[in-house]
Design a protein around this ligand. Sequence first.
Ligand SMILES: Cc1cc2nc3c(=O)[nH]c(=O)nc-3n(C[C@H](O)[C@H](O)[C@H](O)COP(=O)(O)OP(=O)(O)OC[C@H]3O[C@@H](n4cnc5c(N)ncnc54)[C@H](O)[C@@H]3O)c2cc1C
Length: 367
Amino acid sequence: MEQAQSLEPVGAGLQISPNGVKVLEALNVMEALEGALFEPLAIEMRLGSSGRRFVELPLGKSGVERWGVRYIHIHRADLVDGLLDALVDCKSCEIRTGNRLLGYEIKDDGVVVTLADGTRLKADLLIGADGLRSTVRTQMLGEETPRFTGNVAWRALASRDRLGDLAPPPTACIWTGKGKHAVTTYVHGGDTVNFIGIFEQIDWREEGWSLPGSREEAKLNFGDMNATIAKIIETADGFNRWALFDRAPLPRWSDGPVVLIGDAAHPMLPSLAQGAVQAIEDAYALAVELDRSQSAAEAGQRLYQRRIKRTAQIQKQAAGNARMFHRRSFYAQLLTYGPMALASAVSPSFIQSRYDWLFGAELEERS
Ligand SMILES: Cc1cc2nc3c(=O)[nH]c(=O)nc-3n(C[C@H](O)[C@H](O)[C@H](O)COP(=O)(O)OP(=O)(O)OC[C@H]3O[C@@H](n4cnc5c(N)ncnc54)[C@H](O)[C@@H]3O)c2cc1C
């Protein structure tokens, strides 16, 4: 059930690290994504002002050797298409759009949901994958406004051809700045650059949490960065701004046969590129727990016990990354980035090893 009229993806590029790609492989989705995905050579950190690289975390062949599968970039629309393709042969699957879930009632033998058009549906299990402002979460745990993180995200797409020599490197590139950072990735098989800019802002007073932005405003926020970022802003097609919110880890993710996954359960800053990947991991882990449990309620509880520590750690690290990318003074930058640069130059495999817990997570076999 989806409230939007059609499955139009919101936003643009996604980085899917090996821990997410393993699930997509297990679901046989990767083949459908092949033409649209991009394989970055590395994750890099560069000084936003000069463009000078100071950290390189190799991906490519050595990443596959280390974590088992690739690290990919993909446009959300291409990922959604790939997932829909995988459902084509599923005779019992139905996707309904243009209808909003209003609430649920737990019964002795399952759960009944009420939709905005008045329909009531009975099910054995309700999965609340309804995002940051989850209706299911609100009913389960009460009204609680998510926290504004003090960061606003800008997103835009730019044609690589139009960037010429100023196209960003073929990597996942983080460009640090004072109270801001930018990230460049590639989508559409490498033809399009996906730009994300994160800018610190004291509060968010505007109506709504996702708004169109103008080129001029983007220039005001990121115009002091290097020529590559300036060229992307000059040539990009359209800009959107998003207020970024998160929540502290929740005390539970389930209420009988009603289970939360994804941003509904653990919203996080995008600075570790894990929000969608963790939603994908949740979905697979829930399937494993359903195979093993006597009831949907038991599976929901087991999912939480198994996943809460990892997702809380990822939420924390994502917030920490944003602060680390935004060092303002020269000395703070030197103290933070200096040791990282040294470690990266001396031992790329040490830098890789810092991500083993995240990228190297093994998938459990489904029974
Ligand atoms: C700038 C930016 C960059 C990002 N980059 C990455 C990245 O590179 N890699 C990564 O892994 N993650 C990334 N993320 C995070 C990622 O976008 C989210 O974590 C992910 O979309 C969460 O998926 P979800 O399905 O849980 O929620 P959502 O994507 O929010 O989907 C929830 C869906 O539920 C629907 N819905 C809501 N309420 C109802 C209702 N009552 N009834 C019916 N339908 C409803 C909504 O319309 C929506 O379609 C990024 C986020 C941002 C902001």
